[in-house]
Design a protein around this ligand. Structure first.
Ligand code: SF4
Length: 400
């Protein structure tokens, strides 16, 4: 075990690609990995452990202060830019957290889990015959047909704007205020759907002071009555829950500086491959009116992609023979991530294609296979579309 010297400290550095694009794969991942020791040597930082995942880099480093870790990250970005042919765009925010020496084991295993979760796709095809690469390649080909079918249904512009909206709704929140707004949106959406909440977003922002938790926590009964008099949200229990949650948010954030800091600390010890169970429990215990499904909806909207899979998107993957029926939701999300990585696309944008296909396209709850452009390649369609053989005609054929 590494023991930090008196002057140096251990730090966790986590940096993500812009919009969490899964572009650190193959040769690019190798070059990114090789840039780390050079950057460390140039800035006097020592790397204790590291892992490259498709959408970012995690490292445990030893350095004298946070500024040195930041310099190391900047030098690493510069060296990566020089080493790879196609530029990697990084998110502006860095996560740099001190690690107590006693916790180094926990952080090491977090890095190992992150790496194995990003390289293993627990995919099971319905036939069991396809390898991971073949399945991803096949899914990629089908995805092009899905995109074409969506465009034929509602047009290219509407398809792209839907994907943009879907991605923006799930972009990791920039700060606590944005994160709290999404928590409240998930509570409001309970029973009425997210579309209804999105349609009233401006009115809700105005009514709730842009969901600043400090201000919402001070709301009294008179203020709640005033909100309920507006034609936006008429459920007193939901509004009261948001006020109570704002108070709890501030109480939890007081210990960690920000609530997102508390989330990051919990995520460091959680497991993406099984759908972030510890984070789900954290939200359930921290807030009121947050059951497991709401917690997962919130986490997905905070950028935790494997927390929840869209039932329609998952249904499409299963019908197309890309996923085993009843495969766990995190496996579906990891598979979508793998297809996105193979095509250099944003996983949320890619998921949006399948979601659209399952809601306005032919692959609805009751599929319209006869007008589906994927029918020839879809195992589920072959069963659905097979015409029943009339007994009379077969008898006639035999007698002929
Ligand atoms: S053929 Fe039918 S089951 Fe298959 S993807 Fe199309 S609509 Fe869905």
């Amino acid at each position: 075990m590494m023991i930090a010297t008196a002057r140096s400290m251990l730090w966790l550095l986590a940096t993500d690609t812009s919009r969490l694009r899964k572009c650190l794969v193959g040769a690019r991942a190798g070059r990114t990995r090789r840039a780390l020791p050079g950057a460390a040597a140039a800035t006097g930082v020592r790397i204790i452990a590291q892992c490259i995942i498709p959408c970012g880099v995690r490292a445990i480093v030893e350095a004298t202060c946070r500024g040195h870790v930041r310099n190391f990250a900047r030098r690493f970005f510069a060296m990566t830019a020089a080493a790879v042919r196609e530029p990697v765009f990084w998110r502006a925010g860095l996560r740099i957290e001190p690690i107590a020496p006693a916790e180094i084991g926990v952080y090491r295993s977090y890095l190992q889990r992150s790496e194995s979760a990003s390289t293993e796709v627990p995919l099971k095809t319905s036939t069991g015959k396809l390898g991971r690469r073949t399945a991803v390649r096949r899914a990629h080909a089908l995805l092009q047909l899905v995109d074409r079918a969506n465009a034929a249904e509602i047009g290219h512009d509407e398809t792209s704007s839907y994907a943009r909206r879907y991605t923006m709704d799930h972009d990791p929140p920039a700060d606590d205020r944005a994160a709290f707004a999404r928590l409240c949106a998930a509570i409001f959406a309970n029973g009425i759907g997210f579309n209804a909440v999105r349609n009233h977003r401006e009115a809700l922002d105005a009514a709730f002071d842009l969901f600043d938790p400090t201000r919402v926590a001070r709301y009294d009964d008179a203020r709640i009555d005033a909100i309920l008099r507006q034609p936006i949200i008429c459920d007193r229990a939901k509004v009261a829950a948001c006020v109570e949650n704002a108070r709890r948010w501030l109480a939890c954030a007081a210990d960690e500086g920000t609530y997102l800091g508390r989330v990051a600390r919990c995520a460091a010890q959680d497991d993406a491959a099984v759908g972030w169970p510890a984070l789900v429990e954290l939200l359930r215990s921290d807030f009121v009116r947050v059951a497991e499904m709401t917690a997962r909806q919130v986490l997905k909207r905070w950028g935790f992609f494997t927390a929840l899979s869209h039932p329609g998107g998952k249904r499409c993957l299963e019908r197309l023979g890309l996923m085993a029926p009843q495969a766990p939701a995190p496996a579906a999300q990891q598979f979508i991530g793998a297809i996105a990585g193979a095509g250099g696309r944003d996983p949320y944008a890619l998921e949006a294609s399948f979601v659209l296909f399952s809601t306005i396209g032919p692959c609805r709850t009751r599929p319209l296979c006869l007008r589906c452009p994927l029918a020839e390649r879809c195992p589920a369609a072959q069963l659905e579309a097979a015409p029943p053989r009339p007994a009379a005609s077969s008898t006639a054929a035999k007698s002929a």
